[in-house]
Design a protein. Sequence first.
Length: 340
Amino acid sequence: MLDIVALPKSELHLHLEGAIPPSSLLALLRKYQAPDCQNLEALRARLVYRDFDHFLDTWTWMTRYVRAYEDFRWIAEGVARSLADQGIRYAEVFFSAPDFFQHGLSITEIALAIREGLERAAGAVRVRLICDLCRQHPPERAAAWLEEIAAVRHDAGIIGVGLGGPEHRFPPEPFAGVYRRAAELGLRRVAHAGEAAGPESIRGALDALGAERIGHGTRAVEDPELVRRLASEGIALEVCPTSNVCTGVVRSLETHPVRALFDAGVRVTLASDDPSFFGANLVQEYANLRSLGFSDAELLQIARNGFEAAFLSDAERAVWLREIDAVATTNVRERAAGTF
């Protein structure tokens, strides 16, 4: 049987703030004297959601307790080590700096602090950053933040921009100009779509924003023509099954459309979104797909999809794809020998 931990993996849809190891998040809550979560049991109870809006409310609650640049350094180091423990070789990690401006922090200093934290775990895993422009803020602010991050992108290791937040209340089209400017600056473009809103949100992300990948994309399955387009154009979806269940986007893992999307030829990649908020990391997401009937060969293909859809150089990509090929060869030999 395929060793999921040893399998070379990429993670393309991970929010830094949603991946704070629970012990680290609890330490922050204690540091800032959060009144309702002073032990792990209370924290776990807080991280249960009625629906997508309740999840967003809980995210807002969390932002009260990340208040200093050193908090971001500490978080980033912990996240990098957690990724390495899962056998993740490469990650493109979102950070949502505007959520923390309430504490007087700046977008550039947050980005640089995150990079410093990642460097504390140097060698554990390669991490590049994507700045979430947070669609609940006006496009004019996003445009200003874009220029700020562009000025420090090389020092901070920022490769692109994303558009998260309450998709069902803020469609992508008003951000078209911001995304055109990002393209001019040489930044890569992704967007959350097809999670809390339907197929029209995915179309808007593709047509208005020129998004190169789609975060979630779960509800594409509601529009067969859109599914055919995603497959024919090779547009990758960053699929986060457990997240979708926890926020009520789908009823259960068993009813998740990941199988239908994969079988339709869509380039499915697998991600954990906010593992500390949803209780499942990337290794567990691969195990979830196995429980849904995905074969070892299909899991290997999904791992390949991740590196193929990542914003890597051809040389970088080739190294990790060769690693996956080696794992695949070993897996076939073990099956033939009956040693799995």
